[in-house]
Design a protein around this ligand. Sequence first.
Ligand SMILES: [Zn+2]
Length: 256
Amino acid sequence: MSQPTETPQPLEHLDETWQRMLCVVAHPDDLEFGAAAAVARWTGQGKEVAYCMVTSGEAGIDALHPDEARPLREQEQVDSARVVGVDVVEFLGLPDGVLEYGVALRRVIAEVVRRHRPDIVLTGNFRETWGGRNLNQADHIAVGQAVLDAVRDAGNRWVFPEQLTGERSVGTLEPWGGVREVWAFGSPQATHAVDTTDSFDAGVASLEAHRAYIDGLGWEDFDAREFLEGMARASGQRLGTPLAAPFEVFPMGWGE
Ligand SMILES: [Zn+2]
C-alpha cells in the first residue's frame, strides 16, 4: 500500500480514436464493478461495444443452485448492458469458478475476437491483487492472461486454423490482427483513465441491475453509488477530472 503522504501517480487519458470494442470478462457483474460508466461514455459517442462473458456466473450465489442462478445472472447481465447502451451480450458457457488458463481458453476467446474484429479489447484486472492485500480471483486471472494471448492468436492464420475453414457453425472467419490495445480495468498498475463524470449515473444503474447477485452475496447495506464513487473519485484525482475509470494499457503492436 502506498503511504498516505505520497502523491498518487497521475494517469494519462485513454485513446478514444477507435470505433469497435469487445469486452471479455469471466463473470456477469465484472464489468459493472469498474468499467460500465466508461462503456456508457463510449456508446454515447457512437462507438460499438459488445460484451462476452466467459461463464454465466452460475456458481456465484451460495443459496441458489447453478441451474437456477445461470438464467437469472444472464438476464441481469443483459439488462445491465442495455443500461449502458450495449445490445450484444454473449455467454461462452464455460464453468464458473474453475476456469483454467491455457490453450482451450485462448481458443474460445480467439474465436470471439475473430468474429467481432475489435480495435480495442477490454478485460478485467488480472494481476494477483486489487492493490494492497485484496487477492484477485482465479477466473479473472485466467481470463485476462488468455485475452492477451488470444488477441495475438486471432491474427495468426496458423493458430486455431480450424476456425478459418468454415467447418464450424459460425461460418468462415478470417484472421483478425487489428486489435491495437488491450485494456484491463481495475488494475492496481493502471496507467490511463477516462473521465466518467457525465456517464457515472449510468454506471451505477448498470451495477444495480445485478440485484439478485448483490442480494445473494449478503451485502445488505451495499450501496452501488457509494462504492463506485469512492473508486471513481480516487482515479479522478489522478486524471484531473471529478470522476474517472482507470485502466492498465497493453499495446498489442510491435516496437512500443
Ligand atoms: Zn468476477
